[in-house]
Design a protein around this ligand. Structure first.
Ligand SMILES: Nc1ncnc2c1ncn2[C@@H]1O[C@H](COP(=O)(O)OP(=O)(O)OP(=O)(O)O)[C@@H](O)[C@H]1O
Length: 275
C-alpha cells in the first residue's frame, strides 16, 4: 500500500482558554479546513487570532478542544514523529554540534546508529550545511540555525511539517533566501507543510492556499487559492495580485486589528535595521 502523505481534516474546531476571572476566552470558533496530502498551506491573520493555538492543536500539544482533527482519517492523540515542527526561535542546544542537534530529534526513532548517521547526512545536505555539520550554534548565523531547525523538523521523515513563524526573527534578505529554500525542500520532500506567518508576501509566495484568519474569536475569514505553479518567482505579478487581494481583506478589519498588524510590521522592520 502506498504511504499516505499527510491529509489533515479539521472539523468544527473550537477552543477556549480560561481567563484570570475564570471566564472562558473563546480563541478558535468553528474552524473547518481540509488539507490535501502534500499541500502547502499558509495561515495569516493579525496577532491574537489563534494561529499558534491552531498549530499547537495540530502538533497534539493540547487536547482540550471541541470538534475533530484527523490526520489521514485518524484523530490526533498527542505529539507524534509523523509531525515535525519548526518554531520562530531555533531552540538548538548550544553545547551540541549541528549533527548532534539533529540527532536529538531521533531519540525515539527505531533507526540504528548507522541509519541515523545516514539520514542525518541526507538532511544536513538538504539544508546545505554539510560544511558546518560539526559547528556549534554559536558559530552559526540566524539563518543557518533555522536551517538546522528545519533539518531537525524533517529528520524523522514526517508526513507533515508545521512551521510557526519560522523566519520571523531573520533579516529580510536571509528570510527571502530561506523562503526559496523551503520552497525547494517542499518540492523535494513532497510532504504536507503548514506555515503560520504574519508576512502576507511570504504566505502567498509559499502557499498553495492562504487561509486568512480574524480574531475575537479566531475564525477563518477567507481561503484564497494561489494558482501559480512552483517553483515560483518573487516578481511574478500574479503573486502580487493575490497579496493585494489579501491586503484588501485586511483593510476591512477593525482599526484595532489593523493596529496590531501594523505593530507587528513595525517590530519586524525595526528589528531588521537594528541588527
Ligand atoms: N495558554 C494560554 N492561556 C490563556 N490564553 C491564551 C493562552 N495561549 C494563548 N492565549 C490567548 O489566545 C489568543 C490567541 O493566541 P495565539 O497565540 O494562538 O494567537 P496568534 O494568532 O498566534 O498570535 P500572534 O500572531 O501574536 O502569535 C490570544 O488572545 C492569547 O492571549
Amino acid at each position: 500500500m502506498a504511504k499516505s502523505l499527510g491529509a489533515v481534516s479539521i472539523k468544527n474546531v473550537s477552543k477556549f482558554y480560561r481567563q484570570k476571572n475564570n471566564q472562558p476566552l473563546p480563541v478558535l470558533h468553528q474552524i473547518s479546513l481540509d488539507i490535501q496530502p502534500g499541500e502547502f498551506i499558509s495561515i495569516v491573520g493579525s496577532s491574537g487570532c489563534g494561529k499558534s493555538t491552531l498549530l499547537r492543536l495540530l502538533i497534539g500539544l493540547e487536547q482540550d478542544f471541541s470538534g475533530q482533527i484527523l490526520i489521514d482519517g485518524k484523530p490526533i492523540a498527542g505529539a507524534s514523529l509523523e509531525r515535525g515542527i519548526v518554531f520562530q526561535d531555533h531552540r538548538l542546544f548550544p553545547w551540541l554540534t549541528v549533527r548532534e542537534n539533529i540527532r536529538v530529534a531521533l531519540q525515539n526513532s527505531p533507526l540504528s546508529r548507522d541509519e541515523q548517521d545516514k539520514t542525518i547526512d541526507e538532511h544536513i545536505e538538504l539544508v546545505g550545511l554539510t560544511a558546518f555539520q560539526h559547528a556549534y550554534p554559536s558559530q552559526l548565523s540566524g539563518g543557518m540555525s533555522q536551517r538546522v531547525a528545519i533539518a531537525r523538523g524533517l529528520v524523522n521523515r514526517p508526513k507533515i511539517l508545521l512551521l510557526d513563524e519560522p523566519f520571523g526573527a531573520l533579516d529580510a534578505l536571509t528570510r527571502a533566501k530561506l523562503q526559496q529554500e523551503l520552497q525547494r525542500i517542499w518540492e523535494t520532500e513532497k510532504i504536507t507543510m503548514i506555515i503560520v506567518t504574519h508576512d502576507i508576501e511570504e504566505a502567498v509566495f509559499l502557499g498553495e492556499r492562504v487561509v486568512v484568519m480574524q480574531p475575537n474569536p479566531g475564525i477563518i475569514k477567507h481561503i484564497l487559492p494561489v494558482d501559480v505553479p512552483h517553483p515560483r518567482h518573487r516578481e511574478d505579478f500574479r503573486l502580487n495580485n493575490i497579496k493585494n487581494e489579501i491586503l484588501k481583506d485586511f483593510s476591512q478589519f477593525s482599526s484595532e486589528e489593523l493596529h496590531s498588524l501594523e505593530l507587528t510590521r513595525r517590530k519586524f522592520n525595526e528589528y531588521q535595521f537594528s541588527v
